[in-house]
Design a protein around this ligand. Sequence first.
Ligand code: ZN
Length: 143
Amino acid sequence: MPEAWTQTVKGQHLRGRRTRNTKPELALRSAVHGLGLRFRIHRTVAPRCTPDFVLPRYRLAVFVDGCFWHGCPAHSPAQFRGPNAERWERKLATNRERDRRNNHAAENAGWQVVRVWECEIRRDAAAAADRVLAAARIRSAGG
Ligand SMILES: [Zn+2]
């Protein structure tokens, strides 16, 4: 059966979302760049696995996760309500599974994965970039 979503205002808003070059993604990239780190965007590191950006020198793969879609503990509802509740839950479960699959695919290809929440970047992009830098440092120390 085809997916039949019940129209809701929230749903319409979310369907218009951008999945690439989102605002938090751009903010993090610019903060990371400001730390002097060099990266490549949207490079495929394993079959069907394309992180938001990678630091080739450190073999570090960075994913920026939208709070809602990836199930941020602070900003994604633990339980959905309303006519589409079951579909939302299934959709988020699928996303989380894909995240795990991507982590494994990248790691198997020799990349270390760093995931950054959208809300972390909104709160403090510099701190989020520091976390990426810290991972790169550990990596270059032979981790
Ligand atoms: Zn969040």
